[in-house]
Design a protein around this ligand. Structure first.
Ligand code: NAD
Ligand code: ZN
Length: 369
């Protein structure tokens, strides 16, 4: 059935987000409708409002949410009404070549549907009946969302929704970059550049995986304080040093793993330069498509360095989301502390401004029950 829902929409690149009442259609075959409880505000949502991530507007934002299943489409056997679900911006079809080789974040079918559902259409329309695209096949910064089951992961009902929501992006991306992409060994030395929601999770991933030294690098003193709470052993404010990479090298002798969690070629260069011999720099930040970086080519063979990317923490969502929640329940990962502030959906624009101002670990939009 059709449902009216308040939703956070990007109408035009460069303009503030808008809260609109939209229509969310019920599920087609292989889809479910969720009543969304909470949705985190990620820098990638912001990048979609500026065109840095070029998803065409009008676009319903949001890809980091938790909700309850309220309607199940034809042919769906894995979900039933009342299940708690976390959204995944990559759909894992399970059948394409990449899924078959164990790399669902690279799913060929997900790639075709970055701002629609996997079949190339949407279930969302505005008050004039015009279709609205959806961020990452999700569009979950809204009171309701109809999604394909391949973008949904069932989770433990005992976890508070605002915590579970963050597993869908910030936690999976940061922790997964460490566990899955880097496969960081205990005793490693690590540096994280950019301590936002994603970087903080890279920090706690390094701590949980047993890193010996964890350097947190940012320009915001508040973020560096948060980094210490999440396990950073040292902090470097880029405004206090001439060259952050040199500062990291001085303290560590060069790190084994550097995580770029900003989204800028210049910071990728810094992360790469902070490596020791045999080190790996992992690029997590999403930069402008025209952005470039520069590295000294010789160091790749002579130091056996690696430059690697990480998409949603190289996740296998159906396995990794429950795994992360299990680690939270066992007291080995922090989720409560990530939610610095919650906002009603009407205050979405404020939540975006606060992210730009670097006020929150994560700001979370909480829907009315
Ligand atoms: P955020 O805005 O919460 O945090 C970014 C942090 O970077 C801020 O604390 C800021 O002060 C810091 N920063 C800015 N310039 C810096 C510099 N030159 N050196 C060091 N620190 C600097 O953002 P977020 O939500 O944590 O996202 C971070 C990046 O990760 C974004 O580019 C986002 O699009 C990307 N992202 C990637 C994936 C993925 O799958 N790879 C998933 C989610 C988000
Ligand atoms: Zn995100």
């Amino acid at each position: 059935m059709d449902r009216k829902a308040k939703a956070v929409v990007c109408r035009e690149w460069g303009q503030p987000v808008q809260v609109e009442t939209i229509t969310v259609e019920g599920p087609k075959r292989g889809e479910i409708t969720l009543k969304i409880a909470a949705c985190g505000v990620c820098h990638s949502d912001l990048s979609a409002t500026t065109g840095k991530i070029p998803y065409p507007p009008p676009l319903v934002l949001g890809h980091e949410a938790a909700g309850v299943v309220i309607e199940v489409g034809e042919g769906v056997t894995e979900f039933q009404e009342g299940d708690h679900v976390v959204s995944s911006f990559i759909s894992m079809c399970g059948k394409c070549r990449q899924c078959a080789r164990g790399r669902p974040v690279l799913c060929d079918n997900a790639r075709k549907a970055m701002f629609t559902l996997p079949d190339g259409t949407v279930r969302t329309k505005d008050s004039n009946g015009e279709p609205l695209n959806v961020f990452g096949a999700c569009g979950v910064m809204a009171e309701y969302a109809t999604m394909h089951v391949d973008n949904c992961v069932k989770v433990d009902k005992s976890v508070p929704m605002q915590n579970a929501a963050l597993v869908g992006c910030a936690v999976m991306t940061g922790v997964g970059a460490v566990f899955n992409t880097a496969q960081l060994e205990p005793g490693s030395r690590a540096a994280v550049f950019g301590i936002g929601g994603v970087g903080l999770n890279a920090i706690q991933g390094c701590a949980t995986a047993g890193a010996e030294m964890i350097m947190a690098v940012d320009s915001n003193p508040g973020k560096l304080e948060m980094a210490k709470e999440f396990g950073a052993t040292h902090t470097i404010n880029i405004n206090d040093v001439e060259d952050a990479a040199k500062a990291v090298k001085k303290l560590t002798g060069g790190v084994d793993y550097a995580f770029e969690c900003v989204g800028a070629g210049a910071v990728v260069e810094q992360a790469y330069k902070s490596l020791g011999r045999g080190g790996t720099a992992i690029v997590v930040g999403v930069s402008d498509p025209k952005d470039k970086t520069s590295i000294t080519t010789l160091t790749l063979p002579a130091d056996e360095r690696t430059l690697k990317g990480s998409w949603l923490g190289s996740a296998r969502p159906q396995y990794d989301f429950p795994r992360i929640i299990g680690l939270y329940k066992a007291g080995k990962l922090k989720l409560d502390e990530l939610v610095t502030r919650t906002y009603p959906i009407e205050e979405a624009a404020q939540a975006f401004d606060d992210m730009v101002a670097g006020k929150n670990a994560r700001g979370v939009i909480v829907m009315e029950p």
